[in-house]
Design a binder for this molecule. Structure first.
Ligand code: UTP
Length: 481
């Protein structure tokens, strides 16, 4: 028994929460309540109320119906895509830039993930991603926004989705870094929702005496979080019409891409609701979702859900048929987000299940068990499941070196090492295409490494007359400009 008797108010809240939990067969979460201190039990009750466990239980129970299911094989076709250099490229770029200049575009970073594979102790956005200076991901995006502000002669708002798990740390990181030179009032952070993980008997678990074990509800949860946080209303009141969506772990992303926005706004090609970028997959095994077309609607099928037969299929020339890999870069209209998160549609995206190792607090033993093999299921929503909800959705092909250098794992594929290599290669290409010499060996391998800040160049053209580019880059040089 607790030494401190609980107040009447706590007793009342405890009874109410117990009633809710009993109605959904999850009352075990309060079995240890009587042994808790008043502070602990209050924290646990707060957490239970915050999560809305009854709604979470409904979601878990219905997951079998709302779960993504691969459609019949013969209904899946490759999605068509727009080539990297459309013939009206310059005109499109101007249209996109005009929208930015008019203050109608916001940058939006989703940074609520747990980053378990990378194993970085802190929000992923604080990871030192730049290959020479070690600038963190958030600074790299901030520099792009500062450069875009300069070009547009206005301040572009930046929305950032965190999760309850990393929100405080993310805010502190921005504060400690003086908002990376941006106006504090142009940055809007909000946490995404969470869902309880559950064990093989469908039971929610405790993470500690005061907390339920939860996971962020996926990058697809960003749409609901945009609405719930008031960001959608906020955007509308500021005259924002389009959202440039990207994920926190890709240092090479173009935070605001005029050409992509121009394409997205072209009524001949898109309904202007949700557009995407893709890169050609290098192998059937590459772990990216694939753009497909089902009943004439564009969609993405996650690599783990794409039937093997389709993943391996090639055309007459030996090229992969399902080659368009999703790199999680999208343009979304504010009206579209508003529409699909309204009322009934608020829970609209399918749920994807993933097995996971979830540390579990065992009240009887007073300790936390950290399993070595997956012991629980987590449910998540994926952003690309919103694509089929758009009227007509466009897929634009881009280049891996130019725009996709993800940092997901601590080593190997999609690691800091592979990302650095891609960032260096892009910088070398930019220098070359701006008319400067870059040292390479006879096989085309770089003999020097350069890191380019967005404040120096947003694209190769900016390097043409930049005083930052030295007259000569010599073999062995390591240069941050
Ligand atoms: P990932 O799917 O790579 O997941 O997220 P993760 O959580 O970062 O890393 P692992 O799987 O635990 O190793 C891709 C992007 O989506 C964001 C991430 O922050 C990253 O920018 N994301 C993911 C969210 O914002 N919320 C989520 O619930 C999941």
């Amino acid at each position: 028994m607790s030494d401190t008797p609980f107040s009447a108010e706590i007793m009342e809240r405890l009874a109410e929460t117990r009633r809710v939990l009993e109605s959904i067969d999850q009352a075990h979460l309060l079995d240890h309540a009587e042994d808790c201190s008043a502070e602990s039990i209050e924290a646990l009750l707060d957490h239970c109320e915050e999560i809305d466990l009854a709604a979470a239980h409904r979601i878990m129970r219905d997951a079998a119906e709302t779960e993504f299911k691969a459609p019949p094989l013969d209904s899946i076709r490759p999605a068509a895509s727009i080539p990297r250099h459309p013939e009206d490229e310059d005109a499109l770029r101007e249209i996109g830039q005009k929208l930015i200049d008019e203050g109608k575009v916001a940058a939006f970073t989703v940074a609520g993930g747990q980053g378990t594979r990378l194993g970085w102790n802190g929000p992923k956005g604080s990871f030192p991603a730049a290959p020479l200076t070690g600038k963190p991901l958030f600074r790299l995006f901030a520099e792009q926004i500062l450069a875009a502000n300069r070009r547009a002669e206005r301040r572009i708002p930046w929305y950032i989705m965190t999760s309850p798990i990393n929100d405080a740390e993310t805010r502190a990181f921005f504060r400690d870094n003086n908002y990376f030179g941006l106006e504090r009032t142009d940055i809007f952070m909000f946490p995404q929702g969470v869902l309880p993980s559950y064990d093989d008997d469908g039971r929610f678990m405790l993470a500690s005496p005061e907390m339920i074990a939860v996971n962020p509800d996926g990058h697809g949860g960003s749409l609901r979080a945009l609405r719930k946080s008031g960001a959608v209303e906020h955007m509308k009141s500021r005259g924002i019409e389009q959202i440039s969506y990207f994920q926190v772990d890709n240092p090479s992303v173009r935070a605001l891409d005029p050409l992509f926005l121009g394409l997205h706004l072209d009524p001949e090609r898109s309904s202007g609701e949700m557009s995407s970028k893709m890169i050609p997959k290098t192998s059937p095994e590459e772990k990216v979702g694939v753009f497909c077309s089902i009943d004439d609607r564009t969609c993405v099928i996650e690599y783990s859900d794409l039937p093997e037969e389709l993943a391996q299929a090639t055309d007459d020339t030996g090229k992969l048929r399902f080659i368009a890999g999703s790199i999680a870069i999208h343009a979304l209209s504010v009206d579209f987000v508003d529409r699909i998160t309204d009322g009934h549609n608020a829970q609209g995206l399918p749920l994807h299940k993933a097995r996971k190792k979830v540390p579990r607090y065992l009240p009887d033993e007073g300790r936390t068990d950290s399993p070595e093999t997956p012991n629980a299921t987590k449910l998540e929503m994926f952003i690309f499941d919103a694509i089929p909800l758009a009227g007509r959705s466009l897929v634009y092909e881009t280049d891996r070196v130019e725009e996709f250098a993800p940092i997901k794992n601590s080593e190997g594929v999609d690691s800091p090492g592979s990302s650095h290599e891609l960032q260096f290669e892009r910088a070398a290409r930019w220098i070359e295409s701006s008319g400067h010499e870059f040292p390479r060996d006879a096989d085309g391998r770089r003999l020097a490494n350069v890191e380019i800040s967005a404040l120096t160049a947003m694209d190769p053209a900016d390097l043409k007359s930049s005083p930052e580019v030295p007259d000569t880059i010599s073999p062995g040089d390591q240069l941050a400009i």
